[in-house]
Design a protein around this ligand. Structure first.
Ligand code: GAL
Length: 458
């Protein structure tokens, strides 16, 4: 054990088995940074891999850990995401001037690189101070492997328990104890668009009633303009997984979706096949370079008027906000993904406290800080998300996110996401990603359907 590390003990056989199932294919190598394929490029800076990192030291004693910095591993290097994280870390260091921070990203949209990096480090007993993870089922292996601290007493104080929305609070305790601090609520079922391109095509987005009608609108854009009808990335499967889950929701509603994520695929065979076929129909209208770009590069095509629509979580709006001269309402806007009005398809991110922690006291302070109004007010308006606390002032959020806050409050349902790990275990999630990696290549509905049937049999 390293000096200043806390005494949580080594990695048990049970832990090893739980976590190594997932990294088994990529190898358990100390400090390995493999596994990811979709690097974000827009503002990729601040650390090259998880052994390096950028240190922002404000001097002092490292927050009571004998000089150990808070090493934070995350994937927020794209769009406005890096600015949001910087704002959070700045707030933390204002609150704790003695704390130093080692900002060490593992770039790759939707955590496409981070997972392997973290599992290797946990198994090598060299975890960072904290790392980004979706709360809910994505935490399962870590909880079952017993590698996370129970932070119910040390971090989840009365103030947080009283202020957090109940649903998000539940996601932070998947095994019955608090192990994570959620920091945001993103919406997934957004269809963003460039208003000038839609005007030129004569397409009214609010009239698109279901996912099939969106195919017709894409065809109109294709024939009436030079723009790409739907910006998309297929370099990594997650953007197609999230689009497919929203297509399924749009056609079939929340009850069928809930049954599907519980693994009842064959009960919905026709509906699953229909949603796959619609996804295939959309793919005729993607940008030609979809296979070689990241989500923020695809989104950049909406910003510069080269594309009409993009389906993305509202982290895409964080990128619009950081773009010069691209204004909400006049230049871009969104409608709920066709057929999903009244639903707020939820994606959230959280930070956790790994055992064998290199900076226990600074980690505790950071997690407690993430649970404050100050942290959530700094982070979320830039990130394009709304706060999980109910008492954060809405003024700094601007008109788009204020409208998302209202939509969240008025929503009939908040279905959890498959693509962003809340609704299914990492194993099922990995299987589904594989199905869509092949579907992106081959577009074969039959084999994707049987792949999905098998994906849930753990
Ligand atoms: C999600 C994450 C978001 C955003 C997005 C794109 O999984 O929850 O915060 O980073 O990926 O990378």
């Amino acid at each position: 054990m390293k000096e200043n590390q806390d005494a949580d003990g080594g990695v048990s056989r049970r832990t090893y088995i739980k976590l190594s199932g997932i990294v088994g294919t990529t190898g358990l190598v100390a400090g390995c940074s493999g596994g990811g394929d979709e690097g974000s490029t827009a503002t990729d800076s601040g650390g090259e891999n998880t052994d390096g990192g950028t240190e922002t030291t404000s001097g002092g004693d490292g927050g009571g850990d004998g000089g150990n910095a808070l090493e934070i591993v995350h994937w927020w290097t794209a769009g406005g995401e890096q600015d949001a994280l910087d704002a959070l870390l700045e707030g933390f260091q204002e609150e704790y001037p003695d704390a130093s921070v080692n900002n060490n990203p593992a770039p790759g949209g939707a955590g496409s690189a981070l997972d392997t990096v973290i599992k290797n480090r946990v198994l090598n007993q060299n975890p960072p101070s904290t790392f980004q993870i979706w709360p809910g089922k994505a935490l399962t292996e870590y909880v079952e492997g017993d590698v996370l601290r129970d932070i119910g007493d040390s971090v989840w104080n009365e103030d947080m328990r009283g202020a957090y929305r109940e649903g998000v609070q539940n996601l932070a305790q998947p095994g019955g104890s608090y192990v994570a601090v959620p920091i945001n609520i993103h919406r997934l079922n957004n269809l963003f668009y460039n208003t000038a391109v839609l005007d030129e095509a004569g397409v009214d987005p609010s009239s698109i009633s279901d996912p099939g009608a969106l195919t017709d609108a894409l065809e109109t854009i294709s024939s009436e303009t030079d723009a790409v009808p739907m910006a998309h990335q297929t370099q990594s499967p997650w953007s197609s997984v999230q689009l497919w889950e929203n297509i399924f929701l749009g056609y079939n509603g929340v009850d069928a979706y809930t049954s599907l994520v519980e693994g009842n695929v064959s009960d919905h065979e026709d509906a699953v096949r229909e949603s796959l076929q619609t996804l295939k129909d959309y793919s005729e209208y993607y940008n030609g370079d979809a296979g070689s770009i990241s989500w923020d590069q695809a989104n950049g095509k909406v910003v510069n008027g080269d594309a009409a629509f993009i389906h993305q979580g509202d982290w895409a709006a964080g990128q619009y906000q950081s773009a010069d001269g691209f204004e909400y309402d006049s230049d871009w806007s969104m409608v709920p993904f066709p057929g999903t009005e009244g639903m707020y398809s939820v994606v959230t991110d959280s930070f956790v406290f790994p055992k064998n922690n290199p900076s226990p006291e600074t980690t505790r302070k950071f997690l407690e800080y993430c649970g404050t109004v100050d942290a959530q007010e700094r982070f979320n308006p830039i990130k394009g998300s709304i706060p999980p606390r109910t008492d954060v002032p809405t003024d700094p959020f601007g008109p788009f996110l204020q409208s998302q806050i209202e939509e969240f409050k008025n929503s009939d349902s908040q279905p959890p996401t498959i693509a962003h790990g809340t609704a299914v275990t990492p194993e099922v999630h990995g299987n589904i990603d594989e199905v869509f990696a092949s579907f992106n290549e081959q577009g074969n509905v039959d084999s994707a359907y049987s792949g999905l049937e098998n994906a849930f049999s753990e």
